[in-house]
Design a protein around this ligand. Structure first.
Ligand SMILES: [Zn+2]
Length: 190
């Protein structure tokens, strides 16, 4: 007689073979537990593991922090990409979180400003035309007052990765704020 039903080792119900996952390592070629029981076991294990992980995180906040920091260090590229995707989906939150960061870190903002000023001073050649340079900044201010968010940008950044530009009229241009922000301090063509 051909067997069409198989009892599940867990729920003990006799079920069709199609209700069992195949397992070549078994005598009859099928798992002892039915698919429904396997699903239940899997989700239960998942829950138990999640609860265990959560308890560990709560009990070891310092180690959790350390673990996160290590993971971020090892997955810099992934973190950067995730952030980028999130920012692209939440353009308002990006500005908002930047604003919050600035508010929470006034010393860092000031330090960055000072560094930039120092770089400008060092990068200003004798032949720089301060009248033209100031004029560019004034022009940007006028545009901004009119609602057009323009900024004076150093075409070759003052503190670029591979090259340092000069703070002079020939290296300045007006850029929209968003274009300027996405440009950052990169200068790839050396
Ligand atoms: Zn079962």
């Amino acid at each position: 007689m051909i067997k069409v039903l198989k009892p599940c080792s867990k729920c003990k119900i006799e079920k069709l073979f199609s209700e069992f996952s195949t397992d070549k390592g078994r005598k009859d070629g099928y798992c002892p537990q039915c698919k429904a029981c396997q699903r239940e076991t899997r989700s239960k294990n998942l829950e138990v593991n999640r609860a265990r992980a959560k308890a560990w995180r709560i009990a070891n906040p310092e180690r959790k922090k350390e673990h996160d920091a290590n993971w971020k260090k090892k997955n810099r590229e992934r973190v950067r990409k995730n952030n980028q995707t999130w920012e692209a989906k939440n353009p308002k939150s990006k500005t908002e979180s930047r604003r919050r960061w600035r508010k929470a870190n006034p010393d860092k903002v000031l330090a960055a400003c000072r560094r930039r000023q120092a770089a400008k001073l060092k990068a200003t050649p004798l032949w720089a035309d301060h009248f033209v340079i100031e004029g560019m900044y004034e022009l940007a201010r006028v545009f901004r007052r009119a609602g057009l968010l323009l900024e004076v940008d150093h075409i070759i950044p003052l503190r670029g990765k591979n090259v340092c530009g000069l703070h002079c009229q020939d290296n300045l241009q007006l850029l929209s704020r968003s274009a300027n922000a996405s440009k950052q301090n990169k200068w790839l063509e050396v």
